[in-house]
Design a protein around this ligand. Structure first.
Ligand code: FNR
Length: 340
């Protein structure tokens, strides 16, 4: 199958399987406060990812790299929604445009549509510093995501089989690039051991990309006769992954299986500085167009101010001080890892 065909296949199958859960948010409960001493107008949703200042604590995470005209139209829709709501937008892997310059428009459309917005580039850990610079220039990116997707590659018959040298390449990109670098997982989560390695390489922002949402093992296995089914439930769920990594990094992004406002607020209270949403926003865009996505994002902003009002948390810093009750598999995971 061609690269473009594979990307469209990904999107279709990602959408049909995205309802599965297991990110761990059901194991997190807030302690209700009857006297929050707070009004909706007092709430600030503003947050910071490293030096990037965001007006809302959630954003549209990386999707749809390569894939020709259909992908370009989706990226345009995502960029319109990001522009109208002030949300940060990450584009999907730009490697396709590094290999085939006719794909550049697929990504640069986002900057054309949203000239003032916060737009993040995206490449895999096979990228060199020169490729990283080229990707940033292509969309005048405010930061660059480097994604880690070992399990997805292994699950693809045509995927990479060597992951050697990735940390060295990441280190040279962090040292040589003018914009911040965010190292992200793609649905299998990050451990504290991985976080420590990344920190030693100079990385200052990570996106945990946890298990519990879009599942690239299932997506790739779905295309195979002989399936690597053992990878289908592989990975660190998003909630434990936030706790695994938040003591190593002051700036972590929560993502993987986040689809509701309450998951965003739970992520922030566990120590994330922002939450990325991919599959859920793509589904809304495809089913309801950019207008539907704008409506959803605005509704989510309102819901988040309501949740924070009920909790008596006026800003993101207050959210981190709230008591939280953890139960179930998440509590068990953190206990086994000495992190409870
Ligand atoms: C993705 N994701 C992704 N991530 C990345 O870093 N580069 C990429 O090119 C892509 N491509 C991509 C395509 C499609 C169709 C989907 C749905 C997702 C992964 C994404 O950013 C995120 O890490 C995971 O999807 C988990 O988040 P959700 O979908 O559970 O919110």
């Amino acid at each position: 199958m061609s690269r473009a065909g594979r990307k469209i296949d990904h999107i279709n199958y990602a959408l049909s399987t995205a309802s599965a859960n297991g990110a761990g948010f059901e194991d997190v409960k807030f302690v209700h406060q009857s006297l929050p001493d707070c009004a909706i107008d007092n709430i600030s949703l503003q947050t910071k990812i490293g030096e990037l200042i965001l007006s809302s604590p959630f954003f549209i995470n990386a999707m749809t790299g390569g894939g020709g005209d259909k992908t370009k139209t989706l990226n345009e829709g995502l960029a319109i929604a990001a522009r109208e709501t002030g949300l940060m937008l990450s584009v999907g892997s730009q490697m396709a445009a590094l290999k085939d310059s006719t794909e550049r428009e697929t990504y640069s459309i986002t900057r054309k549509v949203n000239p003032e917005g916060m737009i993040i580039g995206n490449l895999g850990s096979e990228a060199t510093l020169d490729q990283a610079k080229y990707a940033v220039d292509m969309i005048e990116a405010n930061a660059l995501q480097i994604h880690l997707n070992v399990v997805q590659e292994l699950a693809m018959p045509e995927g990479d089989r060597s992951f050697a040298g990735a940390l060295n390449r990441i280190e040279s990109i962090v040292n040589g690039l003018q914009v911040p670098v965010i190292v992200k997982e793609t649905g299998f989560g990050m451990s504290k051991e991985t976080a420590n390695k990344l920190k030693a390489a100079g990385v200052s922002i990570i996106d945990v990309g946890g298990y519990g949402g879009t599942n690239f093992s299932k997506i790739e296995n779905h295309r195979q006769d002989r399936q690597l089914a053992f990878f289908n439930d592989w990975g660190i769920p998003t909630v434990p992954s936030i706790v695994e990594t938040s003591s190593t990094f002051p700036s972590i992004i929560a993502s993987g299986g986040i689809s509701q406002s309450i998951d965003v607020i739970k992520s922030l209270s566990l120590g994330a500085c922002a939450a990325g949403i991919a599959g859920t926003f793509l589904r809304i865009l495809i089913e309801h167009g950019p207008e539907g996505l704008i409506e959803e994002i605005n509704a989510m902003k309102m819901e988040q101010t309501m949740i924070m009002t009920a909790l008596g948390a006026k800003n993101i810093v207050d959210l981190r001080k709230l008591p939280i009750i953890l139960s179930g598999p998440t509590y068990h995971w953190l206990h086994m890892r000495g992190l409870e």
